[in-house]
Ligand binder design. Structure first.
Ligand code: HEC
Length: 128
């Protein structure tokens, strides 16, 4: 089974253990969800919401993470989210935690997740 590599020296042993446990539990859930969900082309926010359950432990229920280690996804641009997830999947963007969570995602899963988080209120674009 894949184990996360601790990125930060500042984490306590307990935090690291909790994270490992969480990642294992959610990796199993992610696998189960992928089997159960049918992919929808083009970015379906409703389908993305269902697929995002596995992401909520770190990124928050609607992408509004409250922990500084985990980026806020709510309201992020859809194309940025898609690009980031594909970069984790290809290895172009390297992060051991996210690599595990995107490894089995299809292009449709990524489009749906991106549509869901982009549809949430969160980040805003400056008007200049
Ligand atoms: C175990 C915690 C955890 C889970 C679960 C998780 N992520 Fe992440 N995610 C992270 C961390 C940590 C980062 C920052 C990684 C980095 O520095 O590149 C991140 C980064 C991201 C980014 C890049 C954000 C940005 O601003 O560049 C996206 C998009 C993302 N995650 C989406 C997801 C999706 C979709 C899921 C569910 C399929 C998910 N994550 C599940 C921890 C998690």
């Amino acid at each position: 089974m894949w184990r996360p590599i601790s990125p930060a020296g500042s984490m306590t042993e307990e935090t690291i253990k909790m994270r490992k446990h969480g990642v294992q539990v959610f990796a199993v859930l992610a696998g189960a969800m992928l089997i159960c969900t049918a992919a929808v082309a083009g970015g379906d926010a409703g389908a993305g919401k269902e697929k995002s359950v596995v992401c909520a432990s770190c990124h928050g229920v609607s992408g509004e993470s409250v922990m500084p280690d985990y980026p806020v996804l709510a309201g992020q641009h859809q194309d940025y989210l898609e690009h980031s997830l594909k970069a984790y999947r290809s290895g172009e963007r390297s992060n051991p935690i996210m690599a595990a969570f995107v490894a089995a995602l299809s292009d449709e899963d990524i489009a749906d997740l991106a549509a869901y988080y982009a549809a949430q209120e969160g980040l805003f674009t400056l008007n200049r």
